[in-house]
Each structure stands twice: as C-alpha cells, then as structure tokens.
Design a protein around this ligand. Sequence first.
Ligand code: GDP
Ligand code: GDP
Length: 459
Amino acid sequence: MSFTLAIVGRPNVGKSTLFNRLVGKKLALVDDQPGVTRDLREGEARLGDLRFTVIDTAGLEDATDDSLQGRMRRLTERAVDMADVCLFMIDARAGVTPTDMIFAEILRKKSAHVILAANKGEGAAADAGVIEAYSLGLGEPIRLSAEHGEGMNDLFVQLLPVEEKFKKLAEETAPETDVELDEDADEGAVPKPTNEKPLQIAVVGRPNAGKSTLINKIIGEDRLLTGPEAGITRDAISLRTTWNDTPMRIFDTAGMRKKAKVQDKVEKLSVSDGLRAVKFAEVVVVLLDAAIPFEQQDLRIADLAEREGRAVVVAVNKWDVEDAKQEKLRDLKEAFGRLLPQLRGAPLITVSAKTGRGLERLHDAILRAYDVWNRRVTTAQLNRWLTGMLEQHPPPAPQGKRIKLRYMTQAKSRPPGFVVMCSHPDKMPDSYSRYLVNGLREDFDMPGTPIRLHMRGQG
Ligand code: GDP
Ligand code: GDP
C-alpha cells in the first residue's frame, strides 16, 4: 500500500506524458483495469525506489469547448478526492493562463498537498513561464520536462515527505507489523531520526575507491547487517540514516550490490549505477582513491554531476596511507583545478573511510554544499549587483552595437539558475557570461555549486 498522486491541469500541458513516464511499461495493463473509468486513468508508478499510485485526468481531451469548464472542474475535484497529493501541471512555454488560475483556485481550496510543476521546461523558452508559475501562489514550481525526463529528481524529492507521512500513518493504523528495523537499532548509539526531509546524497567513484567502507562507517556497522531498506530494487539502492544529527538518504552505487553478492556484475554496472545515483542525489560525493586520484572515470562522473546540476563534494579517500600529506594535498588541489575547472571552488576533503578520520569535515562540507545549492538571492540584490558589474566591465559591442543588460532575476535554486534580460542574447560572448557567473560565485558566496545563467531577449 502506498500513497496516491493525481496529475491535474488543463489539456495539453503534458499530464499523460508524465503519467506514461511514471507508469512505464505497465501502461498496457492500465486501461483494462476494472474500476477505472474512461476519464480517470490509474496506474502503478515508480520513481527511484518510490512506488505509488498515479491518477491521470486524461479524459478531458475529448471534451467540447463549452462543456470543458464544468467537466474539468468535476473531474479534477474527483481526482483530488481520491489522491493524497496533487501534482498541478502548467505548460511553462505557454506561461500561466486564465484556465490555470481556475485550477489553482480549486486546488487551493480542496487539496491538502499540492506540488506545482512547470512542464515543457527544457530550454530557455520555458524560463519566463517558470518564473510566472510562482504567481499561482502554490509555492516553488518544479521545472519538468515530462517528455525528456528532466526534473524527475526534484519530483522525487518532493514526494519523499509524502511517502514518509504515509508510511507513518500506515504504521499507526496497523497494530501488528513485522517491521523490526527501528526496535533493532541500538537505542543509545543511533540518534532519533527527525521528521525533517532527509538530505539526499550519492557516493560515487571507481570500484575499490572505498564507497562501501565509507557508507558503512557513516551508518554504523550493525545497521548495515540488516541490509538495505526493504523494497530496494536493482534501480536505486538507498539507505536512510542519521549522520551527526542530519537525516540523510544515501544512494549507493556498486558497493551495496557487492555486499548482496552479485559480485561478477559489479564492474560492468558501476558506471550506469553511478549515473542513476547522481540523478537522485542533491549532493554528490565523488570519492577518489588517494593513490590513483582523478582517473578518467572519476572525471567523467564528476563532470556528469555538474551537468546534472548537483552540488559536488570531492573526497579523497585512504588518506591514512599517505606519507607526504602536505605535498600530496598541493598536487591534488592543482590537479583538481586543472582537470575539473567546471567545479571551481567545490570542496576537496581528505578522509579515511577505514579509520573515520576526516568524516566530520566531510559531513560539514556536504551540509555547506547543500546550503549553497539551495541559495536564493533577491531580485533587488541582483540588480544592484548587476549595475556594479556593468560599470566595472561594460558588456561588449559586437559590430558596434552594445549589448544591453536590462534586468536580472533568480529563476530557480537547486542549483541556482539566473535569467538576464538583454538585447541580442545570441551575441553575448561566453567570456562575458563567465565574468558574470564568477562574479555571482564570489559576491554571493556560492563556491562549487553549478550556476546556470540564461540570456533572454525581450519580447
Ligand atoms: P495532457 O493533455 O495534459 O495529457 O498532455 P499530453 O501528455 O497529451 O501532451 C500534450 C503535448 O505536449 C504532446 O504533444 C506532448 O508530446 C507534448 N509534451 C508533453 N511533455 C512535454 C515536454 O516536457 N516538453 C515538450 N516540448 N512537449 C511536451
Ligand atoms: P568500493 O568498491 O568503492 O565499495 O570499495 P570498498 O569499500 O570495497 O573498499 C575497497 C578496498 O579499499 C577495501 O579493501 C577496503 O578495505 C579499502 N579501503 C577503503 N577505505 C580505506 C581507507 O580509508 N584506507 C585504507 N587504507 N583502505 C581503505
């Protein structure tokens, strides 16, 4: 048993596309399911290791124009009644329409929990619509591309607390359960998990870098003996834990699987597993082996984490066996700057997963990286800042026409994304964008996090 998510919104915003993506191959079974009306489709969804029921209000497409409003309202209300949580979808390319506002009104009145999604979010054409979505008064929108599968991690993160709440409810209402995990835990040693949303981290790196050893150390040996959480599948292996009072969910790659004795496949699977873990993480810990740091595979996964917009912390493991620590650290920092310039300012922490040295600092670096990744700068601050930047170093004038930068706003966080309204956005040289990005990093203290900057023309 799990929670139910209803996807609602006006026709053509992409509800069915998301439904199909969540339900996947099982779709064929869905239509035959007894009890499912023609208007509401129901399916079993999976997202990472979450399993839930999803309802799609797809029947609306057949509605004729004059009957649309009434039908839409009834259908939406029915879906809302059936669901634990609603995903309200708008089309970011179209922006907020009057019909969207009617929906928002219904949802504000009827639904206890609404997740706002701005779909068709791929590309700069969606920037303005994503910003507009805030005006619906339903909180921060998730930028989605149902068609391309972008933003699924953000959706996952927003669904986690729903699942937690639901699980708790299920436990409370079921007097006798077989769940022993909590009773088994050593009462003294394991801090009580709080209700806060766990921070999602992934530990990635080459085979033998020490990923399992590190995770063991973090969660405590005896907890590991109980194995990964129930319901863990081949797709996503995650463990809930509390590390120094911080609730965390750790996505493991090859490590856990090795313990699960599928040893022969470990080498082959580790890269694609790493990619999957990166997608679900908020902070990615790239674990290097001090003896062979920055190998091709390490660079690839670190670059991927940056491109996926994750906060990155680099941890150099097996530091206990290094002799010339000072020299080595200098070399590592130099190599880091040279080989991964896109991660400028990201923390580099030396650790020993074996002895536990440096883990405290790793923990703190993760929290700081997460904080930066979530940072929001107000529009007023940004524009004051932009004026100063323009004075200090005016934008170029290709073919004698100066590019005008008019206005700037932060469109999103996680990672921070900014939009600059300007003339001739296509003529803006990369060097000037870099000047602005580096300035943002410095002046708003955002080291290490990927920063996205979009130039947009007016109108
Ligand atoms: P529904 O009526 O809300 O269920 O919308 P559909 O899922 O049928 O999608 C409507 C149209 O939008 C289809 O042509 C989809 O291919 C397209 N679409 C859905 N999601 C996306 C997206 O993320 N990006 C873009 N560009 N198009 C999308
Ligand atoms: P994984 O493949 O990344 O999960 O790596 P493992 O955790 O299985 O570790 C690979 C090997 O490195 C094992 O023999 C570990 O004992 C060893 N190892 C892991 N961490 C450390 C460390 O901090 N110091 C030393 N000296 N050895 C370590």
